[in-house]
Design a binder for this molecule. Structure first.
Ligand SMILES: CC(C)(COP(=O)(O)OP(=O)(O)OC[C@H]1O[C@@H](n2cnc3c(N)ncnc32)[C@H](O)[C@@H]1OP(=O)(O)O)[C@@H](O)C(=O)NCCC(=O)NCCS
Length: 150
């Protein structure tokens, strides 16, 4: 829903700052960076799809957005292949929320494919592999992965 934009931005900040060994970017820094803020700006736009986990307040979110070749996401594959973003509040990680969000979103989408970019050292990569994402491109530090509906 449009009113989820704030929480999605919180989860974008969590996703950007997944590595505890790195200096975290503030919310303002994330919002000032066009290659990051375009994952949530103007939520929701046509083609956007998201799910929020509530307990009862929001504790995690996963969402899809389509990009263009002119303004691609990190995991850009094609304009009709939306890119996944996902984040769970730190206190709720490792309890099944992320996997449930991912499954719900993949059930809800009508797209044949979903793409994402994940840094190779991020444990989230294991989750994607377990949920049938396959690596389609390898960058120096990050992989592009794609899920196909079957
Ligand atoms: C990645 C993330 C969304 C997974 O959600 P979660 O609720 O913690 O995950 P689940 O409890 O459903 O566990 C599913 C898998 O996620 C991975 N995982 C579990 N805890 C994790 C943690 N603290 N950090 C990263 N990945 C984790 C594991 O691979 C786990 O599978 P396993 O238990 O078989 O090893 C969540 O940990 C998170 O928000 N991490 C920081 C943000 C981030 O990395 N986003 C993705 C950027 S590409």
């Amino acid at each position: 829903l449009p009113q989820d934009a704030e929480f999605l931005t919180d989860m974008l900040v969590e996703a950007v700052n997944w590595d505890p060994g790195r200096e975290p970017l503030s919310r303002a820094q994330v919002l000032a960076e066009p290659t990051l803020t375009h994952y949530v700006s103007g939520w929701m736009r046509p083609g956007d799809l998201g799910v929020v986990a509530c307990a009862p307040g929001p504790v995690g979110a996963a969402w899809l957005r389509e990009f263009t070749a002119a303004d691609p996401g990190y995991g850009f594959v094609a304009p009709d292949v939306p890119e996944l973003s996902i984040g769970v509040l730190p206190g709720w990680r490792g309890t099944g929320v992320g996997r449930a969000l991912l499954r719900e979103l993949l059930c809800a989408t009508d797209r044949d494919r979903v793409a994402l970019s994940v840094e190779r050292a991020n444990r989230a990569r294991n989750l994607y592999l377990q949920e049938c994402f396959a690596t389609v491109a390898e960058g120096p530090d990050a992989d592009t992965m794609v899920w196909r509906a079957h």
